[in-house]
Design a binder for this molecule. Structure first.
Ligand SMILES: [Zn+2]
Length: 591
């Protein structure tokens, strides 16, 4: 704006020269400001969205090995940017796949109030591009500078009440007040639609989502979530638990920045001494979504009470170590993913539900602070405090094993009628392969009837989420129309398909309410006519008559409610509609 005004004011040659000099001065000032992100961080400041994008544009212009590209839109109409660093100047997913390079994706500002990764990634990119030797020849590095751009624009000082800097940062919710770290399956936001398309196009081998954590206080600046290894499963799960994660811990310690597993306690105000639990991330979360594609996913969680500058440095260190480790072990990482993909394709049963197996734990040395409880001056109740003057190193229990609670047999195919466009659209974002019927088709399929479920009282992330879903399965001949979708499970997206299409899965289409219209009864009866029909129905069906009498005897309210009794007969008669039929069917073998 200042530059614009200078030009507008110039009328004579002398002033024109002055203003031109001013332009150069302002441009150089903005460039040097953007360049010195380390100085900003040291002053407890984080870059703005505009500063970050102009910085990446500058790097794109400066270095042949870097390119800033746009990968779809976000809810506020700004593009989702992706910064690509590639030593051989190849910047497309097709080229990356062809070259066999490992793809390393970093996502920042999913929670814009936790901007450590935003600044760390700019500093990392600057450094690695400047020191050409540091550029790994076998890794393509992808950086999303800001994922929740909408939230980043709502910049303020205070929405993270207890966080130790930076001075200004964005807001957690996006333009639709969605937490994008719950949006990976339902894709309510355009951000998530763009992200999932990007993720599936590039098919990253390693993924890091950067955050800042609240919760217990302890000595570490950085804690790390690795995708829960039992759920990641197969050779990848084992490699994650026994090799990849321990290597990152060792290397961070050797670099003088010891880290701990993410401090996830059983209850909110439990202390770490009571034991910490591996974090189970369902596919709604970034790393849980990545696990559906056998990707090695991590979530960095710096601690909110550590100074911003130290948190950025720790995130930068972790990125550096992760990229180096991935480069050194690229072949193994890629092999483990391939093996895990084959493993999931070979399974007859697929696990949908998990719970912590508290019979198994390991003991880890933990650097915490002594805690105590004292009466709050405000509430008069017991309050937990941590004493930073009393650090300790103590062995604590880490419960990092999960066991299956529910599984389903894997069918060869799912069938989705084209009417369910909202589901199909999301499957297309995720590059699910399908066949469309070329003519009307009749098939014998397994079909679920939704028997029961619980629904949250309040909306959660824009949905009334269903849980504790009970189903009954039946085999039935169904007629499908030309253009309906046949989805083979023998494809790379197998885990995504099963965990969205099975109604009892925690992040299924059903759980998120995509099929809510099937839950409502459409036809009714007129009791003044149906009363006499009901008598005939009972005459013809002595079993039903007996059931009705038993229910009347057991339930006084029912016995006194004429409509309820007629409705009971109606529901158990041939007049009642086929109710709560789950629209996605499944079958195996020939049909
Ligand atoms: Zn976060």
């Amino acid at each position: 704006m200042k530059v614009f005004l200078v030009f507008r004011s110039c009328r004579i040659g002398y002033l024109y020269c002055t203003s031109a000099l001013l332009v150069i001065f302002f441009l150089s000032l903005s460039t040097s400001n953007a360049q010195d992100v380390a100085a900003l961080n040291a002053a407890n400041k984080s870059v703005t969205y505009d500063q970050a994008i102009s910085k990446y544009k500058f790097l794109d212009e400066q270095y042949a090995q870097a390119k800033l590209i746009e990968m779809g839109m976000t809810d506020i109409g700004r593009p989702l940017h992706l910064f690509v660093i590639s030593s051989d100047e190849q910047f497309s997913p097709e080229q990356a796949k062809k070259s066999g390079k490992l793809v390393f994706l970093i996502n920042n500002a999913i929670h814009p109030g936790e901007p450590d990764g935003v600044d760390a990634c700019i500093r990392y990119s600057e450094r690695i591009l400047a020191e050409k030797k540091a550029l790994p020849s076998n890794v393509v590095i992808l950086i999303i500078p800001f994922y929740n751009i909408d939230g980043a624009m709502k910049r303020g000082c205070c929405s993270r009440a207890n966080q130790n800097g930076p001075e200004a940062y964005g807001f957690r919710g996006n333009a639709r007040n969605l937490d994008l770290n719950r949006d990976f399956i339902k894709c309510d936001s355009e951000n998530a639609a763009s992200f999932t398309s990007l993720f599936r196009a590039w098919d990253p081998d390693v993924f890091l989502d950067t955050h800042v954590s609240d919760g217990s206080d302890y000595q570490y600046t950085m804690t790390l979530i690795s995708t829960q290894h039992n759920k990641l499963g197969g050779p990848a799960g084992k490699f994650m638990k026994t090799t990849f994660t321990p290597a990152l811990f060792e290397r961070m310690k050797a670099a003088g920045d010891e880290i701990a597993p993410y401090v996830n306690t059983a209850r909110y105000d439990d202390t770490p001494e009571s034991g910490i639990y591996g974090f189970l991330e369902n596919p709604r979360f970034a790393s849980g979504y990545a696990a559906l594609f056998n990707c090695f996913a991590f979530v960095s969680e710096t601690h909110m009470l550590k100074p911003f500058d130290a948190r950025v440095k720790s995130t930068l260190r972790l990125i550096d170590i992760m990229v180096k480790y991935s480069s050194e072990n690229a072949g193994t990482i890629q092999d483990k993913r391939k093996q895990t993909n084959a493993y999931f394709k070979s399974l007859k049963e697929h696990v949908l539900g998990w719970e912590s197996d508290t019979t198994i734990y390991e003991t880890i040395m933990f650097k915490g602070y002594e805690s105590y409880r004292k009466k709050s001056k405000v509430t008069g109740t017991d309050q937990l405090y941590f004493d930073q003057t009393k650090p300790y190193t103590r062995s604590i229990k880490l419960y990092d094993e999960y066991k299956p609670t529910e599984s389903v047999t894997v069918p060869d195919y799912y069938v989705i009628p084209q009417a369910w466009k909202n589901v199909i659209e999301r499957m297309i974002f995720n590059k699910v392969e399908f066949i469309r019927f070329s003519s009307d088709t009749s098939l014998m399929v397994e079909q679920y009837i939704i028997k029961d479920f619980k629904t949250g009282k309040d909306p959660y992330e824009g949905h009334y989420v269903h849980s504790s879903v009970q189903t009954e399965k039946r085999t039935i001949r169904m007629n499908y129309y030309k253009g309906d979708y046949l989805i083979p499970t023998n494809q790379d997206a197998i885990r995504y398909i099963i965990e969205t299409c099975e109604p009892t899965a925690p992040d299924s289409w059903f759980a998120w309410g995509f099929f809510d219209s099937i839950l409502q009864q459409k036809e009714w009866f007129s009791s003044y006519v149906f009363d006499e029909m009901a008598a005939t129905i009972l005459e013809k069906n002595p079993g039903l008559k007996k059931e009705l009498e038993t229910k009347r005897t057991a339930d006084k309210d029912f016995a006194e409610n004429g409509f309820a009794q007629l409705y009971y007969i109606y529901r158990n008669s041939e007049y009642f509609e086929d109710f709560r039929v789950f629209p996605v069917s499944r079958f195996s073998g020939d049909n």
